[in-house]
Design a protein around this ligand. Sequence first.
Ligand SMILES: Nc1nc(O)c(N)c(N[C@@H]2O[C@H](COP(=O)(O)O)[C@@H](O)[C@H]2O)n1
Length: 146
Amino acid sequence: MTLYFYSKGEAYGEFSNFSPHGIEMDGVWWPTVEHYFQAQKFIDPNYRLKIAKASTPKMAKAMGQSRAHPIHADWDERREVVMLEAVRKKFTTHPALKTLLLSTGDETLAEASPNDFYWGAGGDGSGLNRLGEILMQVRTELLLLQ
Ligand SMILES: Nc1nc(O)c(N)c(N[C@@H]2O[C@H](COP(=O)(O)O)[C@@H](O)[C@H]2O)n1
């Protein structure tokens, strides 16, 4: 069975990067994984900190789409490691989330994004679902650590 998640407040919404579960990375508190992930695209540390202070993850994502500030040339390769480290930190920071993730057993996890075919399953389910894959990797790591 596949467990789909996307919006906070819906089933497994805590698995979304938009869920209000902050993480500390590089000595900075990021209100959501989305804030951290979007900021890591950018070379300018001041712009990264501006994203850390964005009022919502939606705003952080919008700031992450800006190309007025230069992004790392190798971002397409770098983004996988950034996402894995951020998701790992989220589920080791918040014990209730760790419990929720482990409660999914070996079910497939998929981000039900209607238009993201890289991190999500995409509207027709043909997406790469990289976020779901990373969540399943972190779930395996947490299981082995128990
Ligand atoms: N717009 C939107 N709303 C949500 O509720 C989402 N969970 C997402 N997905 C996240 O968007 C990020 C990818 O952003 P880039 O396009 O690579 O900049 C990633 O965190 C997805 O999980 N989007």
